[in-house]
Design a protein around this ligand. Structure first.
Ligand SMILES: *[C@@H]1O[C@H](CO)[C@@H](O)[C@H](O)[C@H]1NC(C)=O
Length: 133
């Protein structure tokens, strides 16, 4: 649980909402998605459905993240790309133990811009083979 320390309230809320009904919570996609890659605001991954089928899906990261004064954070329909450039999501492979990151250069609203990044595995999950946040 390397991410639990930073956001215990958010994590426990997510677990409370999603864990009872489904083994796949809305976090931890890298645990059940074999590979992932990014292109602009689109994250693509190949993930296991509950029946074991491998499904490739995409997720618009604007649906999940916002820019608050130069810092990326989780927010449904946050539309971070409206005020960020140099948007990139790394490619990875869970068999290699890779971590998943979204990075961008984001405006702080005062003329300054910050290089910022967020661990997408904290907020994106595998919902029966389909990426979801
Ligand atoms: C497995 O589940 C997925 C997602 O619900 C579905 O699309 C697929 O048809 C299922 N495959 C089999 C063999 O049941």
């Amino acid at each position: 649980m390397r991410l639990a320390a930073a956001f215990p309230a958010v994590l426990s809320t997510l677990l409370a909402v999603f864990a009872p009904s489904n083994v796949f919570a809305a976090n931890g996609f890298t645990g059940t998605c074999a590979t992932w890659s990014g292109s602009g605001t689109t994250l693509q991954a190949t993930c296991s459905a509950i029946n074991g089928t491998q499904i490739t899906s995409t997720l618009n990261l604007n649906n999940c993240f916002t820019n608050t004064q130069g810092i990326l954070g989780f927010q449904v329909n946050g539309n971070f790309a409206g005020s960020c450039t140099k948007i990139a999501h790394n490619a990875g492979n869970n068999r290699h133990g890779d971590e998943a990151w979204l990075s961008a250069l984001c405006s702080a609203g005062n003329g300054k811009q910050f290089d910022t990044a967020i661990a997408t595995n904290t907020y994106i999950g595998n919902s029966n083979g389909v990426l979801a946040c």
